[in-house]
Design a protein around this ligand. Structure first.
Ligand code: NAG
Ligand code: NAG
Ligand code: NAG
Ligand code: ZN
Length: 616
């Protein structure tokens, strides 16, 4: 999560779109049959009317439901009853089966005249249905915090200050308690005109902002920008702060006071109080709004601390989770071992809340030079990066947690980190049923081919973030050199070695937009269509196919995340008997030209059979 980002969304209008091929060429008799059945049941279409407990969701224009079921990859209709998918098939089949079955039962019970009973809703022409989408790696509450004040869109410090002012004036909690810290997340000085850090003076220039305690986290999480009110409160400042050369440099030259920006470990000098329940609720509601509007029905939260775990447990107890949360609890080296005392939470709140995995940190991030490599960095021959955890502690604790029934998910970025973690898995998994524990490598950015073999052999899941690839492609080679860079985000190689991939965003480093992950995975180009290797993508041989990116026999945004969260028996594909989580997209992402994929809108996100965003 600490990897900074320079990716900028470019104007999509810059790229002339090619004319689209006709989408579903269909034989005439088929079209006629469909039209006739559409006529027959069109009286039952009542858009905007309350949705009955059982309904059919169909397309007028062919098999627009991508089921991700290898037996029947595409269908025209699905029948939902309550929370479950009850049937999948063509419009005709589904209606014949359903009307007949229902009618017969009814006739037997009430001697009523048989007539069609199943209300049918049609998706808009051109749109498609996919299984509810998942984000396999995001930091929910941090993302919510990043959405409180729109700092990311600031083009200059003064824009950010104006956003802070606006927030202060409109936030009830701050109005009620003027001493409360004003916290934001997401500024990025590398996008500002002179690339300089902002200053306390910038914040002090506004009388409203000046009078509050203001602490704004940078987008990459490595710096915090405060105003003079905060600086005065934490003075006198120590001469040195351990943990980060940059921080030290600024401290020694006393620039810090001038700047008002505290870097790396110096950030901890700002005594920001822990968030209140109300703060967390506010952050969470922003996450939920964004996630549902992007078509997500489930998020794997890549790091619960005790506070956020308690928060989610409470929401789950009160049955107030509007989205599925699959949580990984941070391993804390300084805490006592808890794997045998705490019971994993599985499928609480009607299947919406699970906390059965433990997240360890293997190494640091590539951009900051913290990723642990076998050979030194190409642009810094003195460093091979570093492991953040002792190999013994890692192995013994992974073993222990696995034996106590916990999934173990380890942040590993560099090739050395990935290899060391695989060593740990290899010894920990000896005699353990991997399928029942599904260990994961989070990020899995640089992996040697021999370790990809081990990944497959051990059954360890690579939880990757394609949007990082289209971000890091600009500096990856400088950092790793021309050979080693070929192993960076080598998604195709990972799959070809027989290993599993699941896709995520790592929000708030990136946005919670699965369509952007999909685009990055299949195109390996920036949103403007360019890459260091041209418009066919950065190392185009590593692109995933659209089917792989969507479905996940090996890869994916639907079935693979379900597997990685032990829910593939009930979620991740549109199959009778599974839970009716689905997403309706405005256009066919499986066929539109690559550069049009990003124009896809989410029309509807449905969970447990009911729309939670949009309507049908
Ligand atoms: C929907 O499911 C319920 C409970 O399983 C069942 O009683 C009902 O008949 C089903 N509805 C239809 C239309 O089949
Ligand atoms: C687990 O990690 C702790 C440090 O947090 C360490 O003291 C301990 O030896 C490790 N191994 C086991 C089996 O607990
Ligand atoms: C391993 O666990 C899976 C899932 O729990 C189970 O289906 C499978 O039968 C187990 N395999 C063995 C060899 O015990
Ligand atoms: Zn992360």
């Amino acid at each position: 999560m600490k990897a900074p980002s320079t990716y900028t969304k470019l104007e999509r209008g810059d790229f002339p779109s090619k004319s689209r091929p006709p989408r579903h060429p269909l034989p005439l008799p088929y079209i006629l049959a469909v039209c006739i059945s559409v006529l027959c049941i069109s009286t039952y279409v009542r858009r905007g009317q309350p949705l009955p407990q059982a309904y059919a969701l169909c397309s007028r224009s062919g098999a627009a439901i991508y089921t991700v079921d290898p037996e029947r990859p595409r269908a025209q209709c699905m029948v939902v009853n309550g929370t479950l998918i009850q049937d999948v098939g063509s419009l005709e089949d589904v209606h014949r089966r359903w009307d007949t079955a229902v009618a017969q039962r009814q006739a037997a019970q009430k001697r009523a005249l048989p007539r069609p009973r199943l209300e049918t809703r049609f998706i808009k022409s051109g749109s498609i249905v996919v299984p509810g989408m998942s984000d396999s790696h995001a930091h929910c509450l941090e993302y919510g915090a990043s959405r409180l004040i729109p700092l990311e869109s600031a083009r200059r410090p003064v824009d950010a200050v104006a956003a802070v002012r606006n927030y202060i004036l409109n936030d009830e909690d701050i109005q009620a308690d003027p001493e409360k810290y004003v916290q934001g997340w997401g500024w990025d000085h590398t996008r500002w005109p002179d690339h300089n850090f902002p200053t306390a003076a910038d914040l002090d220039s506004d009388p409203v902002v000046r009078s509050h305690r203001v602490a704004l986290e940078a987008k990459d999480g490595h710096a915090i920008w405060v105003n003079s009110k905060v600086l005065e409160e934490i003075s006198p400042l120590p001469d040195e702060v351990e943990g980060g050369l940059i921080a030290l440099r600024f401290w020694r030259s006393q620039l810090i006071l001038l700047l008002g920006v505290l870097l790396d470990n110096a950030q901890y000098l700002v005594p920001i109080p822990p968030p209140t329940q109300k703060d967390l609720e506010k952050q969470f509601s922003l996450v939920v709004d964004d996630a549902l509007s992007h078509g997500l029905t489930s998020i794997h939260d890549a790091g619960f601390d005790p506070k956020s775990l308690e928060f989610y447990k409470r929401l789950a107890d009160e049955n107030k989770l509007p989205i599925r949360i699959y949580g990984m609890t941070y391993f804390d080296e300084n805490a006592e071992y808890w794997g045998d005392k705490v019971k994993p939470i599985i499928g609480a709140a009607n299947g919406r809340f699970t906390a059965r995995s433990v997240k360890f940190f293997g190494d640091g991030a590539l951009r900051t030079g913290g990723a642990a490599l076998f050979e030194p960095y190409a642009d810094n021959p003195d460093s091979r990066g570093f492991m953040r955890i002792d190999a013994d502690v890692l192995t013994s604790n992974i073993t222990r947690f696995l034996r106590d029934g916990w999934q173990t998910n380890i942040h590993a970025i560099g090739d050395r980190a990935n290899s060391l973690v695989l060593d740990a898995f290899e010894s920990a998994l000896d005699g353990i049923n991997v399928t029942s524990l599904r260990p994961r490598l989070e990020h899995a950015q640089i992996i040697r081919h021999e370790d990809m073999d081990r990944l497959a052999k051990l059954g360890v899941i690579a939880s990757v973030q394609p949007t990082h690839a289209i971000d890091d492609m600009y500096y990856g080679e400088a950092r790793l050199g021309p050979e080693r860079v070929k192993l960076l985000y080598a998604f195709r190689d990972i799959i070809d070695h027989g290993a599993r991939i699941t896709l995520g965003s790592d929000a708030p480093v990136e946005t919670v937009d699965p369509i952007l992950s999909f685009f990055a995975a299949i195109g390996r180009v920036a949103p403007d269509g360019t890459s260091p290797h041209g418009p066919n993508g950065w190392f185009p041989e590593q692109r995933l196919s659209r089917e792989e990116a969507l479905k996940g026999v090996a890869a994916g945004m639907t079935l693979a995340p379900a597997y990685a969260s032990f829910t593939d028996d009930v979620l991740g594909s549109i199959v009778p008997g599974k839970i009716a989580d689905y997403t309706i997209l405005s256009q066919d992402i499986m066929t539109v030209p690559l550069m049009e994929v990003l124009e896809t809108e989410v029309y509807v996100t449905a969970m447990d059979g009911r729309p939670v965003y949009g309507s049908i």
